[in-house]
Design a protein around this ligand. Structure first.
Ligand code: PLP
Length: 389
């Protein structure tokens, strides 16, 4: 009997993994014992704050916390999020209806289209992109319409150029600022325009604010829920991953429009059983220490940013100082493609960076560095790049 099962067609709708060759090269060099400086993945090298770890250790001792969590999450956790959100953005959220804990924000980002998209609906996705936006849309059977992010437009999509027949079938617009990978930021005025457009055409906005706290030079990232009408059309994703060096813990939340939150809750209650309670208690602790802890983290990233960007500029690579995120989005300094340049960087300088084209065609010509390593190593990277250029 020939077998009837195999990979589903929807998986073939996801593009092939573009970093295969760079990964292979990296493994080969590591096996040869080369000293690799990895600025590839946006995964902080710093430790989760001690207070958060202690809170987890205490909570995990209580057998009450070993049971299934509630799908809505702990009331205390949602109240702590509401309180933090009010202090940070001046927005009052109903902890029971407008906040839902997530197993990392990626989980909610990918599941959301399942809650509101019907096959054939259009999802607008800016690119270069954080790939899970595409996965979620593909899994839900959506049609994707890509919006190109270009430097001359401040890496913002030109929404006014989207054809009306596309807008009339659009269900979702994904937006992410501070942006990965371009590091672009926006102000409230821009968010107001987007909200206005969502109202006009009847789509909703999934706003990814995963880097909201990693801001420099007196810039503070806004929430889309701050702008008038925001919560009528938008939900916003937040993450503990980058703010508290908790990528492995898998903790985030989504907040905003209550109908959208209720729809996602319905999907999630059929898929997962919530976040382990001790991790939610650790999340409460993280929000409690936010004010004293965050400046320490920002000082570290600011020093890394200044060292790396100043270093590159001194050797003639005119890279911009990003106002947010821990990435550097740099124009490829030679006439190579972004993939060729990253291969060269790895082969000759033993530095891992991500080719812009891996995030979408509009990322071609750029390379992304993640500043997730110590200053000495960043200085060493600059010295090696100097030799290369
Ligand atoms: N959104 C963006 C733009 C990201 O870059 C990331 C992680 O790299 C996430 C969301 C997901 O974060 P997490 O699932 O760890 O909360």
């Amino acid at each position: 009997m020939s077998r009837r099962w195999g990979k589903a067609e929807r998986l073939d709708r996801l593009p092939p993994y573009l970093f295969v060759e760079i990964d292979r090269l990296k493994k080969k060099l590591l096996a040869e014992g080369r000293d690799i400086i990895d600025l590839g993945i946006g995964d902080p090298d710093l430790a989760t704050p001690e207070e958060i770890i202690e809170e987890l250790c205490t909570a995990v001792q209580d057998p009450e916390n070993h049971r299934y969590p509630l799908d809505l999450g702990l009331g205390e956790f949602r109240y702590a999020i509401a309180e933090w959100f009010q202090k940070r953005f001046g927005v009052e959220l109903d902890p029971d209806k407008e906040i839902l804990p997530l197993i990392g924000s990626k989980e909610g980002i990918v599941h959301f289209p399942l809650a509101i998209v019907n096959p054939g609906d259009i999802v607008l996705i800016p690119e270069p992109l954080y790939p899970p936006y595409r996965s979620g849309a593909v899994f839900a059977g959506a049609e994707i319409y890509y919006l190109s992010l270009r430097e001359e437009n401040g890496f913002r999509p030109r929404l006014e150029e989207i054809p009306k027949n596309i807008l009339s079938r659009t269900k979702i617009l994904y937006l992410n600022y501070p942006n990965n990978p371009t590091t672009a930021v926006v102000d409230r005025k821009y968010l107001s325009q987007v909200v206005h457009m969502a109202n006009e055409y009847g789509f909703c906005i999934l706003y990814d604010n995963a880097y909201s706290e990693l801001c420099f030079d007196n810039y503070k990232a806004p929430s889309i829920l701050e702008v008038e009408g925001g919560r009528d059309v938008a939900v916003e994703f937040h993450s503990f991953s980058k703010t508290y060096n908790m990528t492995g813990w898998r903790l985030g939340w989504v907040c905003g429009n209550r109908e959208l939150i209720a729809a996602l809750r319905e999907v999630k209650s059929n898929i997962d059983s919530g976040v382990f309670n001790p991790i939610q208690y650790a999340g409460i602790k993280a929000l409690e220490i936010y004010e004293t802890y965050l400046p320490r983290l920002l000082r570290i990233y600011l020093q890394r940013r200044d060292l790396f960007v100043t270093g590159l500029r001194k050797i003639g690579w005119m890279v911009n100082f990003p106002k947010a995120t821990f990435y550097i989005w740099a124009k490829v300094p030679k006439s190579n493609s972004s993939t060729e340049f990253c291969k060269l960087l790895l082969e000759k300088s033993h530095i891992v960076a991500t080719p812009g084209v891996g995030f979408g065609p509009s990322g071609e010509g750029y390379v992304r560095f993640a500043l997730t390593t110590r200053e000495e190593r960043l200085q060493e990277a600059v010295d090696r790049i100097k030799k290369l250029l």
